[in-house]
Design a protein around this ligand. Structure first.
Ligand code: GDP
Length: 341
């Protein structure tokens, strides 16, 4: 089955591009190229800022002297790659490239590209949980979605529901952010757009009760995937974390192995602050994947490097716009090419 969002025993996800046996090969190639093109467009602002700054550093003196090196480090840091990662990348590049190569802008760029790629892909691999494959018998597959208000959680759930139902799966959305009245309403609009079922209750209802209802309905109606929205307020963090814990317990009690995936949504525009939010969440919630939204809205696309390297959790998807189809599977190679080509 082409279930791209389902984790497998070997730590890979079943991406439709490699697993959609019924799609003719040529169509798959075209599809992959189109996805790459959309990703390149989305990361255009970050790429332009990066390339321009790189050229400026070497405008006066084409050699990688102490001053240029410092400027280069600043450039990486200002792209939100993070201080420790930037130092690590440059040290590795200097250790690997010859004297001639290091003074050549293109070779230097290629060196940085390779180092960033290795940082992201290593982190992505080690971050994947080695949990057992989810048995198809334990339907529905439950995806919990967490994140601070405003990061794009509701939008992401709408896009995800659309993606998964477009694969022929029966999707249901559970509106368990009962704290914000507007959240359920907004989710309803997205569910309607993507033509999936929504389970919702009144404002202030216990989120765990909405989840219980949704799990019961999902089992009764033969739903394949249940996507669960959760509250995103941070101002009273301890109750929120307790609430998420309770929801996890109920999910696990009703469906073996659930939640099978816990996605944390991070807004790329907030850069290092987003990373800090993630650290806070991860103290109590076992996050299995990251969705990085609004990559199209920042000139500092380096935050993906910091996330992958520091959180040790794979980035599963990136948000590249406000429309239903603007959610792409994250691919480290495409990302690095997009940032540095
Ligand atoms: P929530 O409070 O976390 O549920 O956030 P919403 O889903 O309501 O999104 C907040 C704002 O971010 C809305 O205006 C969305 O249209 C916008 N948004 C969400 N994802 C993306 C994205 O990938 N790119 C862009 N440009 N905007 C996004």
């Amino acid at each position: 089955m082409g279930l791209f969002w389902r984790r497998r025993k070997d730590g890979q996800t079943n991406a439709p591009s490699v697993d959609s046996g019924s799609v003719p090969a040529m169509e798959r190639v075209v599809d992959r190229a189109a996805t790459k093109g959309r990703f390149f467009n989305a990361i255009g602002r970050a790429r332009n800022a990066f390339t321009l700054s790189l050229q400026n550093i070497f405008l006066g003196d084409a050699k990688l002297n102490a001053e240029n090196l410092e400027n280069l480090e600043e450039l990486l840091i200002s792209a939100d790659i993070g201080v420790a990662n930037s130092t690590k990348i440059l040290e590795a590049v200097r250790g690997r490239l010859s004297r001639n190569e290091i003074n050549n802008l293109e070779s230097l760029k290629e060196g940085i590209r390779q180092e960033i790629f290795s940082l992201i892909s290593t982190a992505t691999k080690t971050g994947i949980s080695s949990e057992e494959e989810v048995s198809p018998a334990s339907a529905p597959y439950v995806i919990m979605v967490c994140g601070v208000n405003g990061v794009g959680k509701t939008t992401t759930i709408g896009k995800l529901a659309q993606r998964i139902s477009a694969e022929g799966q029966k999707v249901m959305v559970c509106a368990a952010d009962t704290f914000r009245a507007a959240a359920s309403k907004q989710l309803g609009i997205w569910a309607e757009r993507s033509n999936v079922e929504l389970i919702t209750q009144g404002e202030g209802t216990d989120p765990a009760a909405v989840l219980f209802d949704s799990l019961t309905a999902a089992k009764a109606r033969g739903i394949d995937v249940l996507i669960v929205d959760t509250a995103g307020r941070l101002h009273n963090k301890a109750p929120l974390m307790a609430e998420l814990e309770k929801m996890k317990r109920i999910a696990g009690r009703e469906v073996p192995g659930a939640p099978h995936e816990t996605l944390l949504v991070i807004d790329a525009v907030t850069g290092q602050n987003g990373l800090e939010q993630a650290r806070q969440f991860m103290k109590t919630v076992k996050v299995t994947g990251i969705v990085l939204t609004k990559l199209d809205g920042t000139a500092k696309g380096g935050i993906a490097v910091a996330i992958a390297a520091e959180l040790g959790v794979p980035i599963r998807y990136v948000g590249v716009g406000e429309h239903l189809e603007d959610l792409l599977i994250f691919d480290p190679a495409t990302y690095v090419d997009g940032l540095l080509s």
